[in-house]
Design a protein around this ligand. Structure first.
Ligand SMILES: N[C@@H](CCC(=O)N[C@@H](CS)C(=O)NCC(=O)O)C(=O)O
Length: 244
């Protein structure tokens, strides 16, 4: 069984895929310059539901991480684990935990985990991947995602990063989703100038560029974008699903 024993030397394996939630963790690991092994999990063959992986993540999803005899699942919990254990200087978090910056960081991290991630994920589904066309689903989740982008833009108009003047795990979690929206939802980030400024600054970080190459995907991001465009074109051409 797994425990929460602390070990000073990391022995990290990240079970991952080329998806927004997994990229959060590879970005944090690269930002903290931690050694780790990336194990790509094949979502198309449902490898994430295999018993060996359910041992590490009973929810059967990615990402998940092991470190010595500890397992951590849910991307928000993994990010907090990494900064609690391996970020004593506050490189991508605020220390100590009593500081107002830490509380602000937690608030935006939870906003991403409970709001932006699930809503944008549903928008991706209805816009590009659903087996039927549902204008209701597209409208409902795209509208809510756009509302959340308005909230994000307002915050980033008043603050360089989500939790103040420091780049933190709240930015990492949110950026990983925002970067997917031009391809998947056809969002033009220029519509939200503060988001565009923040996005471009993060995209330029060397650690982020390294992280986005982990794990090796069999196709490039451009090829993925083309596949998504084609899926969306086909889906939009379908007649409305009969939802009665
Ligand atoms: N709340 C979870 C969401 C994890 C999640 O939905 N991951 C997706 C990839 S981004 C996944 O594993 N999908 C495969 C499946 O649903 O079986 C987290 O933040 O870790």
């Amino acid at each position: 069984m797994f425990s929460t024993t602390t070990n000073p030397t990391p022995n990290i394996t990240l079970y991952t895929s080329a998806t927004p939630n997994s990229f959060k963790i590879s970005i944090a690991l690269e930002e903290l310059a931690l050694p780790y092994t990336a194990r790509a999990v094949n979502l198309t063959t449902q490898e994430q539901k295999e018993p060996w992986l359910l041992e590490y993540n009973p929810n059967g999803r990615l990402p998940t991480l092991t470190d010595h005899d500890t397992r951590v699942f849910e991307s928000g919990a993994i990010l907090l684990y990494l900064v609690q254990k391996y970020d004593p200087e506050g490189r991508i978090s605020y220390k100590p935990e009593e500081t107002p910056g830490y509380t602000e960081m937690l608030s935006w991290l939870m906003w991403q985990m409970g709001g932006l991630g699930p809503m944008q994920g549903q928008a991706h589904h209805f816009t590009a991947f659903a087996p039927v066309r549902s204008s209701w689903g597209i409208e409902r989740y795209t509208t809510e995602t756009r509302r959340l982008y308005d909230v994000l833009n307002t915050r980033l108009t008043e603050s360089p990063f989500l939790a103040g003047d420091r780049f933190t795990i709240a930015d990492i979690a949110t950026y990983s989703w925002v970067r997917a929206s031009p391809n998947l939802l056809d969002f033009q980030l220029g519509e939200w100038p503060a988001i565009q400024r923040w996005h471009d600054g993060i995209a330029g970080r060397e650690a982020v560029q390294r992280a986005l190459k982990v794990p090796g995907s069999s196709i490039t991001e451009d090829q993925f974008a083309e596949i998504v465009r084609e899926k969306r074109r086909v889906l939009m051409g379908w007649v409305e699903a009969d939802v009665r």
